[in-house]
Write a protein that binds this ligand. Structure first.
Ligand SMILES: Cc1cc2nc3c(=O)[nH]c(=O)nc-3n(C[C@H](O)[C@H](O)[C@H](O)COP(=O)(O)OP(=O)(O)OC[C@H]3O[C@@H](n4cnc5c(N)ncnc54)[C@H](O)[C@@H]3O)c2cc1C
Length: 461
């Protein structure tokens, strides 16, 4: 049998282990309840599932890990395809690319790239799915050096609504490749992506934590450093309310903390001393302001970057929000800490400011429709509806933060960072949305995947 022949596929109904496996999501606050679900492990199984949906006239949704389950309209009815395609991540060291089967996580790509002295444009967590992250833009911990991760995608293989496998690259279908990268989804089922890697010798990475009592001067110092920071450095600042549970160091669970983490890249051996100095330029003034409670910053290999942020590895429920912010003056620092800092009563477990600028702001002629980020910081804040904190508390506090930060809100968003399907979203301008709609109409004329389109990503709103 040829590799892509169509096989019969069993779409599982609720109440079966197969259904539970296919419909499972990382964000437990946004469970998926499709009519039927399937875990596709080969291109043939994806094709068969899409053809079955066509025969039964079912809308199709697609996911990998369900990290973004809360960011998309609820999966409620229809067919849900989980992509977990068999096969390894294959690195072409000469071309500096990785071919990644849909279903792979960034941890798998980093592990495959490392023996070749290469690194990947991943985000903060090893277990995030490569495909959803890349289709949504992808804000990497190397992003001030690499730009939006989606811009580094060189090819996408996908099964379209007619059940056919197509490859979109610069030679075969540049328009589809362009629209897939940040266009908001709804084109088909991606089965593999080819992504450009970059050289890495060492990385200075880690996280330093302080009592949030020192938040104001620390945030101001980090903000001042961020304005002039080198492109090899990409960092984030978080105010965290960590619960006293196993895995959380007691010193960090004793009260709100402020964390500065990130990565400073040494692309070659010659750059290692410079990377150390650049990390020191960031950390020495912060350490001088107050003694950290914990500090893991160190020179390490690329894999260390995935450990620095300490995101939860197991599924958790969370509700949150995302904004792209302009430059933050002292008034903005005060406004931010007034609603998420010590004494604010914030129920958010994490309130993050991701440092943008650098290559994030550059237009990339080889990039996708979401090509650059015109903002200084990405805000994300979220928490679990757990114990005394209810979903309503979190929703209300998301609104409070949104209103406090309104003067600095650019009104734009990056799809991969969106945390709530009903939040205002604006990834693209009207002209780009219309152009992407035209590509969708060509690829999926009957709208089989229409439910998979990110809110706000079409010209219709
Ligand atoms: C702990 C944590 C850390 C994170 N860190 C970062 C970060 O540093 N930077 C960043 O930018 N984002 C980050 N994110 C957000 C993350 O990038 C998005 O949630 C992303 O969508 C995850 O991709 P996924 O495929 O795992 O998600 P899923 O929820 O499985 O998929 C999200 C969407 O992608 C599309 N999709 C997924 N697979 C396919 C496929 N095979 N074919 C077609 N469409 C598909 C679908 O439209 C789906 O609704 C983080 C999220 C979490 C929870």
């Amino acid at each position: 049998m040829r590799q892509h022949d169509v096989l019969p596929v069993a779409c599982a109904a609720p109440g079966t282990a197969e259904y539970d496996e296919a419909a499972a999501v990382f964000n437990l606050a946004a469970p998926a309840r499709p009519a039927v679900a399937v875990t596709a492990r080969s291109v043939a199984e994806v094709r068969a599932a899409v053809r079955e949906a066509d025969a039964r006239d079912l809308p199709v949704r697609v996911h990998t890990t369900g990290h973004a389950a809360g960011a998309r309209p609820a999966v409620d009815g229809g067919l849900l395809i989980r992509t977990r395609l068999d096969g390894p991540v294959v690195v072409d060291a000469e071309r500096r690319t990785a071919r990644v089967p849909a279903g792979a996580t960034w941890g798998e790509v980093v592990a495959a790239a490392a023996p070749h002295g290469l690194a990947a444009p991943h985000g903060s967590a090893a277990h995030v799915g490569v495909v959803g992250y890349l289709l949504g833009g992808g804000v990497s911990f190397y992003g001030r050096y690499t730009g939006l991760a989606a811009n580094r995608v060189r090819a996408v293989e996908l099964v379209t609504a007619d059940g056919e496998l197509v490859r979109a690259d610069a030679a075969t279908d540049p328009e589809l490749l362009w629209a897939l990268r940040g266009g908001g989804g709804g084109f088909g089922v991606v089965t593999a992506v080819e992504v450009e890697l970059f050289t890495v010798a060492k990385v200075v990475t880690g996280a330093a934590y302080w009592s949030a009592a020192h938040a104001r001067p620390l945030l101001r110092a980090w903000r001042d450093w961020a304005k002039e920071a080198p492109r090899r450095a990409t960092t984030s600042l978080r105010v965290m309310n960590l619960p006293p549970v196993p895995g959380v160091p007691p010193a960090l669970a004793a009260g709100p903390v402020l964390c500065v983490d990130g990565a400073v890249l040494a692309a070659s051996r010659e750059e290692v001393a410079q990377a150390r100095r650049q990390a020191e330029d960031l950390l020495a003034p912060l350490r001088g302001l107050a003694e950290p409670l914990m500090d893991t910053w160190a020179l390490t290999d690329a894999a260390g970057v995935l450990d620095a942020h300490m995101d939860p590895a197991e599924p958790v429920p969370f509700i949150g929000d995302h904004l792209l912010l302009a430059d933050l003056g002292d008034d903005a620092v005060d406004a931010f800490l007034d609603v998420v800092g010590e004494g604010s009563g914030s129920p958010l477990a994490v309130a993050t400011l991701r440092q943008l600028g650098g290559a994030f702001a550059d237009a990339d002629p080889r990039g996708g429709v979401l090509n650059r980020v015109d903002a200084a910081y990405a805000y994300m804040g979220s928490g679990p509806p757990f114990g005394p904190v209810t979903a309503a508390d979190l929703e209300a506090h998301c609104a409070t933060v949104r209103s406090a930060l309104a003067p600095w809100d650019t009104g734009r968003t990056v799809p991969s960072l969106v945390e709530g399907a009903d939040r205002p979203q604006c990834h693209l301008d009207a002209e780009a949305r219309s152009a992407v709609d035209r590509v969708r109409a060509r690829i999926d004329p009957r709208g089989r995947f229409a439910g998979d389109i990110a809110p706000g990503a079409t010209a219709a709103g």
